[in-house]
Design a protein around this ligand. Sequence first.
Ligand SMILES: [Zn+2]
Ligand SMILES: [Zn+2]
Length: 333
Amino acid sequence: MTATMTAMVAGGAGEALRAEARPLPQPRGAEVLLRIEACGVCRTDLHLLDGELPQARYPVVPGHQAVGRVIAAGPQAVLAERARVGAAWLAWTCGECEFCVSGRENLCDNAEFHGCHRDGGFATHMLADSRWCIPIDAAAGAVETTPLLCAGLIGYRSLRLAGEARRIGIYGFGSAAHLVTQVAVAEGREIYAFTTPGDTAAQRFARETGATWASGSDEPAPQPLDAAVIFAPVGALVPKALRDVKKGAAVVCGGIHMSDIPGFPYADLWGERQLRSVANLTREDARAFFAVVGRTPVRARVRVYPLGLANEALADLRHGAFNGTAVLDCSGT
Ligand SMILES: [Zn+2]
Ligand SMILES: [Zn+2]
């Protein structure tokens, strides 16, 4: 009898995921086979389903926040069986392009991503290149750890790019925002949260998480901000954030996809305000972030769905039916 695995497969843009039984793959080279415990759901998974990631290779298994254990290792793998690891968005980089050789593998010209180019974690098992796996503490809860692997990491990279800012505006208060707020508050910063106008539940969630102030994005900031991080995929928030920040401040766009940015007066950018995006992450980001998490407890608010209900989890994320992060429990059959 051949051992099998279950995967939720995206067949193409606009299609719902379908459950598929597959033979268990054999790890080759530096690959390991992971038995997945849980995998977080990210807005990028919605972009994949909606055909908004031009680099995606369908059919593909979504999921880039997977926690699991190594159950088989290829001959060149740098991990042994039983190792507990995370498989995040960055699946592989070439190590040779100008970005890789200058410590910016997040910008690699040839990078491959889990749940985009390579099958990801909406499954009971997945292959991952052991050199890009992120070590996970054996005692850490799988479900609570998964959101750290993308939302937490991207949030952390966004926060670092915001510089030494004390008062930071966060636009869109979901998975990344609630994690990065905890890190920022522990560092002595103040968070000003902007949500969809009228979304009082998200505003309450922001305050509970540690935000100093929370209101709708139709409100001006209560005082000039030192930096802004935009997580919502809404281009109109870019000129809004530029108006909320002081001279010299950075506006950092943390999402992989955003609607078009409307025109705005040059005066809103003037004064050495900076506008930049965050793309992907590096293994160094992961090392730095998990070191921070080891010192500063970062608690993810999660809603757990069984793997087979991945479509429901994605629909709930799309419709803002919960605060925090949806996580698939992949530990069943
Ligand atoms: Zn993600
Ligand atoms: Zn490269």
